[in-house]
Design a protein around this ligand. Structure first.
Ligand code: 6PG
Length: 254
C-alpha cells in the first residue's frame, strides 16, 4: 500500500492542475540550480493538456528558465507528428510552441518510423543526452517523469499483458494498444527517475486508482503498480473525484 504522504489530493481538476504547475516550476528551479538543467518526460493522453497550457500561460511561462529545460516523451503513438493522435502534437500545441524552449531541447519519439527502429533511435538519443551511452546498464535518470494512468491500470504505453512489461534492460520499447503500435519508456527508465508524478483525475479512474494504490487488495496485474522509483520520489496529483474510494486512507484535512 502506498504511503499516503505521496498523495496530493485537490478538490477539483483546476486546483490539482494548478498545484502540479507550481510543483513543476519549483522542481525545474531546483534542478537547474543544482545541475544546470531540468530533464522532463511528458505524459500523453488528454489529462495533461490543461497542465501544459497553464505552464505556457502568462501566469507561469516566465517562471521557468526554458533554455535549460529538456523535454522528452514517456510514450508515443506510432503516427506522424502531425496526427491528432500524436502526443508530441498535443504537447507542441499546448506548451512547446508557446514557450521559448530551444528546438534542440525537445526530443520527440519518431512515431512515423517503424517502431523497433524508432525505439532504438530514441534509446541512442537518450544515451547521448544523459551521457550514459558508455554504460548501457545505467538507465537515464530524468529529473521528472510525468505519467497518466488509464482505467485499465496502464501507464505510458505499458498495457496489461504487454511483453514490454518484462523489459529489464532496454530503455525504450515498441508496444501495442490493440492494433495501434506504440513506443514507451520501460520500467528501468521510469524507476530510475529522481521523481515520478502521476496525474490522475476524474471519476472514471477512481476504481483503478484504489486498486493501484493498494487500498482494494488483490494481486495487481496493473502496470502502474510497478512504477516504484528505486531511489526517487513517487507522487500522485489527484482530484477528489478520482480519490472517492480512498478518502478513508487520506490524512485528515488540516
Ligand atoms: C497515452 C498516454 C497514456 C495516458 C493514459 C491516461 O499515450 O495515451 O501516455 O498512458 O497517460 O491513457 O490518459 P488520459 O489522461 O487521457 O485519461
Amino acid at each position: 500500500m502506498i504511503d499516503s504522504s505521496s498523495l496530493h489530493v485537490h478538490p477539483d481538476q483546476a486546483s490539482a492542475i494548478d498545484a502540479l504547475a507550481r510543483h513543476v516550476v519549483a522542481q525545474a528551479r531546483v534542478a537547474i540550480a543544482e545541475r544546470g538543467r531540468f530533464t522532463w518526460a511528458l505524459a500523453g493522453g488528454s489529462t495533461p493538456r490543461r497542465l501544459y497550457e497553464l505552464l505556457a500561460s502568462e501566469q507561469y511561462r516566465t517562471n521557468v528558465e526554458w533554455s535549460k529545460v529538456y523535454v522528452f516523451f514517456g510514450d508515443e503513438r506510432c503516427v506522424p507528428p502531425s496526427s491528432d493522435e500524436s502526443n508530441y502534437r498535443m504537447a507542441h500545441e499546448a506548451l512547446l510552441s508557446r514557450v521559448p524552449i530551444p528546438e534542440g531541447n525537445v526530443l520527440r519519439m519518431a512515431g512515423e518510423l517503424e517502431p523497433e527502429v524508432a525505439a532504438e533511435a530514441y534509446a541512442r538519443a537518450l544515451g547521448d543526452v544523459f551521457a550514459t551511452a558508455r554504460f548501457p546498464e545505467v538507465a537515464p535518470q530524468f529529473d521528472l517523469i510525468l505519467l497518466g494512468m488509464g482505467d485499465d491500470g496502464h501507464t505510458a504505453s505499458l498495457f496489461p499483458g504487454s511483453p514490454a512489461l518484462e523489459e529489464k534492460v532496454r530503455w525504450v520499447s515498441a508496444a501495442k494498444k490493440g492494433e495501434q503500435s506504440r513506443l514507451t519508456l520501460t520500467y528501468p527508465v521510469l524507476n530510475a527517475a529522481r521523481e515520478v508524478v502521476f496525474l490522475v483525475m476524474g471519476v472514471s479512474k477512481q476504481t483503478m486508482l484504489a486498486n493501484v494504490l493498494g487500498f482494494k487488495g488483490g494481486s495487481p496485474p496493473w502496470p502502474a503498480v510497478n512504477v516504484r522509483p528505486t531511489q526517487g520520489v513517487l507522487r500522485w496529483f489527484i482530484d477528489e473525484a478520482a480519490a472517492a474510494l480512498i478518502q478513508e486512507h487520506l490524512p485528515a484535512k488540516s
